[in-house]
Design a protein around this ligand. Structure first.
Ligand code: SAM
Ligand code: SF4
Length: 316
């Protein structure tokens, strides 16, 4: 599947739920979200049919996301079936890690090859503040469980927030020296109307380069610039949706838990696959790919994303 700008679409981000056991300040409103009617969300069968349609059109990689995928009751069955779809070579997951201690070995056995775990701070009070309800200890236990479960790669996703965790760049990056994992800093994206953060929070990932002068840059890996600290077991990545557009390299579509294909994270365009047959889903994927904009507008504190949904309802 190609879009109108010659980009091959090989990557699908599949959000399996909008619900979450955290309430991160930049992702969800404090009150959480209203639970939708069951019939408004994709069923497991529809999710697998959509993955099959995407695979038939050339998608080879699926990332399971949410909301929090590990609060989904049938998550193991979804993973097992998605991994078994002909053509899917890589099944990955993004999670906050809280339920990894119970689920990591079963996820690995179900065919999940790599996991990204979100962790914005190593300070317990700051963790509680940013997630509103979470405990750092639980998150760290989740990372340890993921490392022990034998995934091919474990990455930490850290949203870089000026005035919040920009003083923690070094200790977070040094996790790559202590553990066989990657740490990726992601610029905060202005997804919602209201934030507790002011304009100073929306900083560039170049801060990481300044905080770590010994970081040896090695090139690019997908949408990340990557480098390595001396004697590190993993890499440090910089993902810069604000300060540097990576739209030219965008090879992905997103499917939301309520069945909408989003051609671009920051555009309001959505194409529904709910209730469709395999053939109809293939057509909808083709239409969504053809509607992929060349690039999204520049984002800043004053120029919010046009996504029309908070992040927990898209999948990151
Ligand atoms: N609950 C899982 C988690 O937190 O990893 C998966 C879903 S979450 C929406 C996916 C990723 O999006 C997380 O790494 C999260 O930090 C990131 N994210 C959410 N809102 C964001 C924002 N406004 N700017 C940048 N990243 C954001
Ligand atoms: Fe939940 Fe992930 Fe959003 Fe945090 S970033 S509220 S863990 S979905």
């Amino acid at each position: 599947m190609q879009d109108l700008f010659g980009r091959s679409i090989t990557y699908l981000r599949l959000s399996v739920t909008e619900l979450c056991n955290l309430r991160c300040q930049y992702c969800m409103p404090a009150e959480g979200i209203c639970k939708k009617r069951h019939e408004d969300m994709l069923t497991e069968e529809e999710m697998i049919l959509a993955v099959t349609a995407a695979a038939q059109l050339g998608v080879t990689k699926v990332r399971i996301t949410g909301g929090e995928p590990l609060v989904k009751r049938n998550i193991l069955s979804i993973c097992e079936k998605a991994a078994a779809v002909p053509g899917i070579r890589e099944l990955c997951m993004t999670s906050n890690g809280l339920r990894m201690p119970e689920l990591a070995p079963s996820l690995r056995a179900a065919g999940v090859r790599r996991v990204n775990i979100s962790l914005d701070t190593l300070n317990p009070e700051r963790y509680r503040f940013i997630t509103r309800i979470g405990s750092l200890e639980d998150a760290l236990r989740g990372i340890e469980a993921a490392l022990a479960a034998g995934f091919e790669r474990v990455k930490i996703n850290t949203v870089l927030i000026g005035g919040f965790n920009d003083t923690e760049i070094r200790p977070l990056a040094e996790l790559t020296q202590r553990y066989p994992l990657d740490v990726r800093f992601i610029e905060l994206m202005p997804m919602m109307d209201r934030y507790v953060f002011g304009p100073e929070a929306f900083v560039s990932c170049d801060l990481v380069l300044r905080a770590l002068p010994e970081l040896r840059m090695e090139g690019e890996d997908g949408v990340a610039r990557v480098g390595r600290l001396p004697h590190a077991q993993g890499r440090v990545g910089l993902i810069s949706p604000l300060s540097a557009h990576f739209c030219a390299m965008c090879n992905r579509l997103r499917l939301t838990a309520d069945g909408k294909i989003k051609p671009c994270l920051h555009a309001p365009l959505e194409y529904s696959v709910r209730g469709q047959t395999l053939e109809e889903m293939r057509e909808t994927f083709m239409r969504a790919a053809a509607a992929k904009p060349e690039r999204h507008d520049c984002l800043s504190y004053d120029a919010r994303s046009q996504a029309s949904r908070p992040m927990n309802r898209i999948g990151g």
